[in-house]
Design a protein around this ligand. Structure first.
Ligand SMILES: [Zn+2]
Length: 112
């Protein structure tokens, strides 16, 4: 799975929106707060990025919160188990696969 880094600052409302979105979709990420983390701030400046929230997804950089773009760049999709609504991560691009839910053990077929 690709690693996701989210650059945030204390004064940015969109950063909270972005974090809420990631948490609600059960997407794991590492947060780097440029208000309190000097190294994070320097890293962002070195990359030539001037705004937050900024997402680093694998090798891709997304400046600003764009849910569609983020979903596209992830190498997995999040889907709800049809039986118990547990959120499941399914790798992209595997064709038709059978997914088994770790929570309720039910299996279903899906196209990735
Ligand atoms: Zn389930």
């Amino acid at each position: 799975m690709k690693k996701i880094i989210l650059f945030t600052s204390n004064t940015c409302p969109h950063c909270n929106t972005a974090k809420t979105y990631l948490r609600e979709n059960d997407i794991s990420f590492e947060e780097k707060n440029i208000s309190s983390d000097l190294l994070a701030r320097r890293e962002l400046i070195n990359r030539g990025i001037k705004g937050v929230p900024t997402f680093i997804i694998g090798d891709e950089v997304v400046v600003g919160f764009d849910a569609d773009k983020i979903k596209k760049l992830l190498d997995y999709i999040i889907t709800d188990c049809s039986q118990c609504n547990t959120k499941l991560r399914i790798p992209k691009g595997k064709g038709k696969i059978t997914v088994s839910c770790p929570n309720c053990k039910s299996e279903f077929k899906t196209t990735t």
